[in-house]
Design a protein around this ligand. Sequence first.
Ligand SMILES: Cc1ncc(COP(=O)(O)O)c(C=O)c1O
Length: 280
Amino acid sequence: MTIEYINGKYLSSGEAAVPLEERGHQFGDGVYEVIRYYNGHGFMLEEHLERLEKSAGEIRIDLDGGIGRIKEIIEEGVEKSGLKDCYVYLQVTRGIAPRNHLFPKETKPSVSMTVKPASALTRDMVENGVAAVTHADERWANCYIKSLNLLPNILAKQTASEKGCYEAILHKDGRVTEASSSNAFIVKDDTIITTPLSREILPGITRAALKDVCDTAGIRFDEQHFTVREMKQADEVFITSTTSEVLPVTTIDGDPVKDGKPGNMTKLVLELFQARTQNR
Ligand SMILES: Cc1ncc(COP(=O)(O)O)c(C=O)c1O
């Protein structure tokens, strides 16, 4: 069953729980993680916890009880859900206090979580790939922090959806950063290329897993910048995220990528990635 949790309390579905003066609610003053459980196992759970700790630290939220306490909350929630394949959404905010931009004193962070059944990607998406649009990256300077402030991401993805597309691939003056809710990759001459880590992109956990998969399999994986133009001329394009795994992108701005079908390298790394999710 689906689980809803906040600050030590499990809720019945839809039960009101967040006071109006909760800083996540009023300011988006917090950070979050999305973790996928495969067959009862939190895939790259430690890496997600480390990223949460880093995100929280960067915005100066002290995790009450540290990352160990967060792990206990997640594991208890998943156990209560009885779900073996699920998504854990966990967010930490600066807590509940009278509205004021300044940090409240002596306010404990709020920790909330949902655990929901994982939905497999549709066969159509995996077999035929998805459509994407390109969109200006209008986000702030610290996109390596997994912040609750997702307004530019939401607007970009909504624009994509209104054009019948699944994802918006973001760029700064023609240089690709990542996508609205995933990391972006191209394949050129059998080499996988993705934007190097910096403050401009989220260090995706799926990206890290894929890099490791490629290292193990001897597939060339280059972290270097590429342009929208290079992407449109690439052999293959794909995106990665916890919920999308490895997803081929077969049209961009209405034009097919190569022959408009998922490429062999994308299929190969998807297979290798999926094998890894089952083996850990
Ligand atoms: C902006 C952005 N980039 C990349 C990702 C992929 O990260 P991960 O693989 O850790 O899910 C996400 C996931 O939500 C995201 O929102």
